[in-house]
Ligand binder design. Structure first.
Ligand code: GDP
Ligand code: CA
Length: 315
């Protein structure tokens, strides 16, 4: 059985957090890093909110709301109700305990800390030993072109409930962003790199688009493996399936592999897509077929262990 030392996961929010939690359950946490999408970050009421970082952090801390996968279990909304009393329309759900995270993050950032050190401080306080690494300390913002106009990501995703057809996607300010030294070191010293089953277009692509990260991955010694978020022609949740279609790729693990072409060595697909094992192998990929829908914590650990049990090789 292979012994992977340093394991690095690339993750967005809910789908990514589930697998990172699985990895944290079965792998030494001081040898586990998650590089997390920050292109969903935005400001609200003067507070800096980093939804994907928070989702991974709450999940690893065992605080996440199991019903949604995001937010804090049992959180209340007195603050948001009080904000509504001032005449604001609270379109983005923020629980009272959740506010504490955004208040402190904004405070630390205002004192001059980076997103990376702020995240490390918050995560450590919640007892998390794995390294949670924002992809960059520089601001990057996903924007979505709809039939109407370009929308900010949260406007598209939350306010308009990802109902619009997505005509194009861009990452504002990406060309000026740099990867952090922590991210580059994690990639360079990795023994296995896993692309979590996150939205390929708006969770993983922004990470790959930070100048230097794609190149670092290609130069890495570690095998790189993607877990497909598309199962049986559909995303389990959210607009990943429609987004793949609008990018002109097949809504299947083949389309996922197409988006990650030239970077990944292997792919993990669901039993429902077992028929795609041969065509994926023809594309030069090592394929592992499994039950990839992650339910509870033990299920997440089971999938993580299975991935770590495969002898992945660098193409
Ligand atoms: P978001 O930032 O909260 O939207 O989350 P991500 O980008 O990390 O993940 C969204 C993707 O996760 C969707 O495309 C889902 O299909 C996928 N997903 C969620 N749960 C699972 C799961 O248990 N297994 C797999 N294979 N994919 C999942
Ligand atoms: Ca997200």
């Amino acid at each position: 059985m292979p012994e992977y030392g340093n394991v690095v996961a690339l993750a967005g929010g809910v789908g990514g957090a589930k697998l990172v939690q699985g990895l944290a359950a079965v792998h030494p946490n001081n040898q586990l890093s998650a590089i997390i999408n920050t292109a969903d970050d935005f400001r609200l009421y003067g507070l800096y909110i980093s939804p994907d970082v928070d989702t991974v952090m709450y999940t690893l801390a065992g605080l996440a709301n199991p019903a949604t996968g995001w937010g804090i279990a049992g959180d209340t909304r007195a603050t948001l109700d009080a904000i509504a009393r001032y005449g604001e329309d609270p379109w983005f759900a923020l629980g009272d305990q959740d506010f504490a995270t955004h208040i402190l993050r904004s405070h630390y950032l205002q004192e001059g800390a980076t997103h990376t050190t702020t995240t490390a401080r918050l995560a450590a306080a919640l007892g998390i030993e794995a390294a949670l690494l924002p992809m960059s300390d520089d601001p990057v913002a996903t924007e979505i072109l709809t039939a109407d106009r370009w929308l900010g990501f949260q406007d598209y995703f939350v306010a308009r409930r990802h109902n619009d057809d997505v005509l194009d996607v861009r990452f504002k300010s990406i060309e000026a962003a740099t990867p952090t030294s922590e991210v580059l070191e994690a990639i360079a010293s990795a023994n296995l790199i896993i692309f979590c089953p996150s939205n390929p277009v708006v969770s993983i692509e922004p990470i790959l688009a930070v100048p230097g990260i794609r190149e670092a991955l290609i130069a890495a010694a570690a095998p790189i493996v993607a877990v497909s978020p598309i199962i049986g022609g559909r995303a389990l949740k959210g607009p990943a399936d429609r987004m793949l279609a609008s990018q002109g790729v097949e809504v299947s693990p083949l389309g996922v592999a197409e988006i990650y072409r030239g970077i990944i060595d292997g792919i993990v697909i669901d039993n429902a897509d077992a028929a795609l094992e041969a065509p994926l192998a023809e594309r030069g990929l090592q394929v592992h077929v499994s039950q990839t829908i992650m339910g509870d914590r033990s299920d997440r650990g089971r999938l993580a262990q299975e991935i770590l049990d495969v002898e992945w090789t660098r193409a």
